[in-house]
Design a protein around this ligand. Structure first.
Ligand code: ATP
Ligand code: MG
Ligand code: MG
Length: 357
């Protein structure tokens, strides 16, 4: 049996495990966040991947990341730091929000002059779900906090029309395969919902694929990568890259014959990769900071993935994939969710209904 170890044991690792089962790939997520001296029984033919970009150094993480079959090793540190990630996009002449490093000499007045009256600072490392962001607003005389210097980049605020993402895979031979673009809604920096595929986005598909192909080729990347973009008219600006399976690709679990988790495993294990077939449209709704509600299971078109984590405000605890066989059925499910879900869900649910109105 092929064994694949995963740095990290969150929901992405669990879904990789689930996807490995029908292919008899033995996926083993590893908790590398809890300090421990444990050493794993790694075999010479085992393959190592990661479900996160960064991890603390320990005997365990070192054992995994120094294995000769740790795939994409150098990519993680390059993409985990926004400074080197944005530099890579600039080197490849891939459009991205104009930016610069915030260091000891950065003057806030110059930032407002260069980028406008709202400037977004992002921590170079460790940020996720919009954590690690700090808006500078000229109207409020926003200043750079001392502990953000040398730790952050500053970006122009993009007045985008909407956000989309592309999830694709690159094989060991360098062949790239993609899913259709997903439309994403973020609220307070955190992904709330995705919809895919959408025919109204199909004219952007080639543009997006060209960009992600260039990035994966430059990195000699193997496996699934996600590219988050802002759409401004008919142009895409890359917001950020994730060298792993991605939340905005969860819709593929319901709507395709081969989801992103299986695609990643196939690429790692050098198995054949045909173009994934998309069987129908899907809405993915993230379940954030709310208790599990078994009424969701009564919806005729819903698949629930509950991550079994402790409920905390703002924390991703699960997702619902709503497959779309008829728009009336989808509308019915969304209307039921409007009754059952708290206030912060009303805007995302209305956004979904509007897309299919
Ligand atoms: P993720 O959980 O996706 O890794 P993150 O914390 O790494 O999120 P980003 O993806 O960089 O952060 O930003 C989160 C969201 O904040 C974006 O999806 C977008 O809605 C908003 N945002 C980010 N950068 C900009 C920008 N330059 N202009 C306007 N909005 C932005
Ligand atoms: Mg991110
Ligand atoms: Mg993001």
């Amino acid at each position: 049996n092929q064994r694949v170890w995963v740095l990290g044991d969150g929901q992405l690792g669990a879904m990789l495990t689930h996807a490995g089962q029908p292919l008899a790939i033995d996926v083993r997520p590893v908790d590398i966040m809890t300090p421990s001296d444990a050493i794993l029984p790694l075999g010479a033919n085992d393959i190592i991947t990661a479900e996160r970009e960064q991890w603390p150094e320990s005997a365990l993480s070192l054992q995994l990341s120094s294995h000769p079959h740790f795939v994409n090793g150098p990519v993680f540190s390059r993409l985990a730091d926004r400074y080197s990630q944005k530099s890579l996009l600039d080197e490849l002449a891939i459009p991205t929000a104009p930016w610069e490093l915030v260091d000891d000499n950065t003057q806030v007045s110059r930032l407002y002059q260069t980028y406008g009256e709202r400037v977004l600072m992002k921590r170079r490392t460790g940020g996720y779900d919009g954590k690690g962001q700090h808006w500078l607003k000229q109207a409020e005389a926003g200043e750079i906090p001392a502990d953000w210097r040398n730790q952050a980049i500053a970006e122009q605020a993009i007045a985008f029309e909407e956000e989309v993402s592309l999830v694709g895979v690159r094989t060991r031979e360098g062949r790239c395969v993609f899913y259709p673009l997903a439309l994403n809604l973020h609220q307070d920096g955190i992904l709330m919902a995705s919809i895919a595929p959408l025919s109204r986005l199909s004219h952007l598909q080639a543009q997006a694929e060209t960009m992600l192909t260039a990035i994966m080729n430059e990195l000699e990347y193997i496996g699934v990568m996600a590219m988050e973009c802002f759409r401004v008219a008919d142009s895409l600006l890359v917001n950020e890259l994730a060298p792993r399976v991605h939340n905005s690709g969860h819709w593929t679990q319901a709507a395709t014959h081969m989801d992103q988790f299986q695609l990643h495993l196939r690429a790692l294990c050098s198995l054949p990769i045909p173009q994934p077939q998309v069987n129908f449209q899907c809405v993915m709704l993230n379940l954030i900071g709310i208790e599990k509600d078994d009424r969701w299971l009564s919806l005729p078109n819903a698949e629930l993935f509950w991550y079994n984590k402790e409920v905390r405000p703002g924390r991703k605890l699960g997702h619902l994939n709503l497959s779309i066989h008829a728009t009336e059925q989808l509308s019915g499910s969304i209307q039921a969710l409007q009754q059952w879900m708290p206030a912060q869900y009303q805007a995302p649910l209305a956004w979904i209904l509007a897309e299919f109105a």
